[in-house]
Ligand binder design. Structure first.
Ligand SMILES: *Cc1c(COP(=O)(O)O)cnc(C)c1O
Length: 376
């Protein structure tokens, strides 16, 4: 380990965990798997290739720039980008053979115009809003969108590769809204076929539905959270992939009744030892976890005390034998007693997705295998 590495927090991405999760989705769904790697793979970095090597056949991202970056990295598999403004770089997407989702007539014509200039049919997936009132085409324009898409298909401007929807309540697999949204999706597909469209891929399920609702799977599952070990329904036993470590930078003995950190939100009860760890909200630790969060040092859970600062936290190590340079486990799969992303999410009143995505932002990322996960 180099000196600079030894002084910094490190984020390990367990590629084998990602591989196992992809294999799990392949096995249980029986559908093709689109590995969703938006937001820098939920903070996990370059995992598209490992997903493809382990059974994923598609890659999914939000924006065209994300898709182009993957192409530049040599990812040759089909890539779908589903959230773009009407004046997006459609021509670049077409040139790089990137599939794009379509949610409005304006978008459809903008894509078709770019395809005409480029001289190749654009590969599109019509995205129906099945109930989220977020992205996706409103049901009121669905019929017109399908008719326009069919006309443009006949003119060789576009190729309707797929039809997609995105569920609003899939993290609660038994929720009746899932049934409503399934019906809207199948009706939308039927309407599209009536207009002459012949989509090859029908995809409604993301991680939660892929895991828990076989009837919502159709031909492809778009798996984001699940790749990284997160089951949005908190039921499946997936493999978390991140381990975040940070060395103890400073130790000090303090008296009883001593204020700690900004505002003295914490005051020591009795004389104790405090450890300073160089990591904070600038690295994605949620400030809102103050007063509940813990780290693990030498196998012992120890409380973070006082405010979580931008670059540092203070841990009350009590009588535990902690030494300078010891490595604290801030977050991991939990098999060494360390806090998990789910713990952090509970402490901060958020979801695991937000924890892992934010933590991935700043730290230097070291890709290692499971065995090397936090080797000192
Ligand atoms: C983020 C996203 C996904 C992945 O969802 P997970 O629940 O993380 O698996 C799938 N489809 C769309 C449209 C998304 O925005």
């Amino acid at each position: 380990m180099s000196v600079s590495e030894a002084r910094l927090a490190e984020l390990y991405v367990d590629r084998q965990a990602v591989a196992r999760n992809v294999q799990h989705f392949r096995r249980i769904t029986g559908t093709s798997v689109m590995a969703v790697v938006k937001a820098d793979a939920f903070g996990h970095g370059d995992v598209a290739q490992i997903a493809l090597e382990n059974g994923a056949t598609w890659i999914g991202v939000a924006s065209i720039p994300e898709a182009l970056a993957l192409r530049a990295d040599g990812i040759a598999a089909p890539i779908l980008s589903w959230l773009n403004p009407v004046n997006a770089a459609w021509a670049d997407a077409i040139a790089a053979s990137i599939d794009v989702a379509v949610t409005s007539i304006e978008q459809l014509y903008a894509i078709a115009a770019a395809a005409e200039r480029y001289g190749t049919a654009a590969r599109v997936h019509l995205h129906l809003d099945v109930g989220m009132s977020r992205d996706g085409a409103p049901s009121e324009i669905w019929s017109v969108l399908c008719i326009a898409a069919r006309e443009l298909e006949k003119a060789d401007r576009i190729d309707v590769v797929g039809i997609m929807g995105h569920l609003s309540n899939a993290d609660d697999p038994g929720h009746a809204q899932n049934d409503t949204e399934r019906l809207r999706f199948t009706n939308g597909v039927r309407a599209a076929r009536r207009r002459g469209l012949t989509p090859r891929e029908l995809h409604l399920a993301a991680s939660a539905a892929a895991l828990h609702r076989p009837d919502l799977r159709f031909s492809m599952s778009r798996v984001g959270a699940g790749l990284y070990g997160i089951d949005p329904a908190a039921r499946a036993d997936l493999a978390p992939a991140l381990t975040l470590t940070v060395p103890v930078a400073q130790l000090r003995a303090v008296h009883a009744q001593q204020g700690v950190g900004y505002g003295h939100d914490h005051v020591t009860g009795e004389a104790t030892t405090l450890a300073v760890l160089p990591i904070g909200y600038g690295d994605g630790l949620p400030r809102a976890a103050q007063g509940r969060a813990e780290v693990s040092i030498r196998g012992q859970r120890l409380p973070i005390v006082g405010r979580i600062s931008m670059d540092q936290i203070v841990v009350d190590v009590g009588q535990h034998p902690v030494e300078l340079g010891d490595v604290a486990l801030v977050l991991g799969p939990g098999d060494r007693g360390e806090p998990t992303a789910r713990d952090w999410a509970a402490w901060a009143g958020t979801i695991e997705h937000e924890i892992v995505t934010r933590i991935g932002v700043r730290r230097s990322r070291v890709l290692r295998t499971a065995d090397e996960r936090w080797a000192r």
